[in-house]
Design a protein around this ligand. Structure first.
Ligand SMILES: N[C@@H](CCC[C@H](N)C(=O)O)C(=O)O
Length: 261
C-alpha cells in the first residue's frame, strides 16, 4: 500500500502521522509499524499514529509504540496529532478528540505549533520504595536523582522496566532532579525500550508526584526541562485528586513524504 505520511516532533519526542480518515490503512501489523519507526530501515520515530474519524469527536488518535505494539496514551503524541489535525483543516483552534484513555480537550496556538492538551484526572499515586508509581494515561515510575545530566538512564531505566514487578506489563521510568526554575527529567520509555528526548505522560507524572512529595496543594504550575526542550504542566490538587491537568509545549511538522507499507 502506498501512503502519505507526516513526521512531527514535540520537544524531540518524534512521531509518524497518517491521515486515515478514509480508512485505507487497515490492520497495521506489529512488524510493519516497527519497520516504519526504525531509524535505519524506515522513516524513524518514537511512535506512529493514525488520525481517524470518530462519531461525536473531531477525530480519534490511534497510537503505536516504536516496537509496533499498540501503546497507551502518549502526551507528546497527543499534542502532535492536534497540530496535525489543524494542518489538515480538521480543527481550528480547539478540539475534543478520543484516545485510548478517553476524551481529551486541547487548544492550539494560531501559528499551529504550541499545544495545550488536557490529560486525564489522576487520583492514585503509589510508592515503590522511594519512587512514585502512577498512571497518567500510561504507567510511570518516578525516581528522584542527583547529577541527572550524567546518569546512565538507559541501563538504570532498563533494569527497573525489566524487574519482576514491571517486566510483563512494562513501565516508563522517569528520573527527576530539581532545578532553579522547576525540574529536569529524563525518561526510559516502554515500547521504545530506550531513552527518548521527552515523554509527555512522563513529565505529567513527575509534576504530580513532585506536588505530592512536596505536600503542595492548590493550583500548581510546573515547568520541566527535558533533553529535547521545555514543557509545562499545570493542574489543581485538592490533596486527593489531581484535576484540570494540562500538558503544554511545542509540536512541529518536520517533513512529509510517501512510503510503501
Ligand atoms: N512518549 C509518550 C509515551 C508513550 C506511551 C508509552 N511509551 C507507553 O505505551 O508506555 C508520551 O509523550 O507520553
Amino acid at each position: 500500500m502506498h501512503i502519505s505520511f507526516y513526521k512531527y516532533q514535540g520537544a524531540g519526542n518524534d512521531f509518524i502521522l497518517i491521515d486515515n480518515r478514509a480508512g485505507t490503512v487497515k490492520g497495521l501489523d506489529k512488524q510493519s509499524v516497527a519497520k516504519i519507526c526504525d531509524r535505519r530501515f524506515g522513516i524513524g520515530g518514537d511512535g506512529l499514529m493514525l488520525l481517524e474519524n470518530e462519531p461525536g469527536f473531531d477525530f480519534k488518535m490511534v497510537y503505536y509504540n516504536a516496537d509496533g505494539n499498540e501503546g497507551s496514551m502518549c502526551g507528546n503524541g497527543g499534542r502532535c496529532i492536534v497540530a496535525f489535525a489543524k494542518h489538515l483543516g480538521v480543527i481550528t483552534d480547539t478540539t475534543k478528540f478520543l484516545a485510548t484513555d478517553g476524551v481529551h480537550h486541547a487548544k492550539i496556538s494560531e501559528t499551529g505549533n504550541w499545544v495545550s492538551l488536557q490529560m486525564i484526572d489522576v487520583a492514585t499515586i503509589n510508592k515503590d520504595g522511594d519512587a512514585y508509581v502512577l498512571n497518567t494515561g500510561s504507567p510511570h515510575y518516578v525516581a528522584l536523582a542527583n547529577n541527572l545530566e550524567v546518569k546512565d538512564v538507559y541501563n538504570e531505566g532498563y533494569a527497573i522496566r525489566n524487574n519482576p514487578t514491571y517486566k510483563q506489563d512494562g513501565i516508563n521510568v522517569n528520573f527527576v532532579e530539581k532545578t532553579d526554575g522547576g525540574y529536569f527529567v529524563r525518561t526510559f520509555e516502554r515500547g521504545v525500550e530506550n531513552e527518548t528526548y521527552a515523554c509527555g505522560t512522563g513529565v505529567t507524572a513527575v509534576a504530580l508526584a513532585m506536588a505530592k512529595h512536596n505536600h503542595q496543594t492548590g493550583a500548581i504550575t510546573t515547568p520541566v526541562k527535558v533533553l529535547g526542550g521545555d514543557l509545562n504542566i499545570r493542574f489543581d490538587y485538592d490533596g486527593s485528586t489531581f484535576s484540570n491537568i494540562f500538558l503544554e509545549g511545542p509540536a512541529e511538522l518536520v517533513f512529509e513524504g510517501e512510503i510503501d507499507i
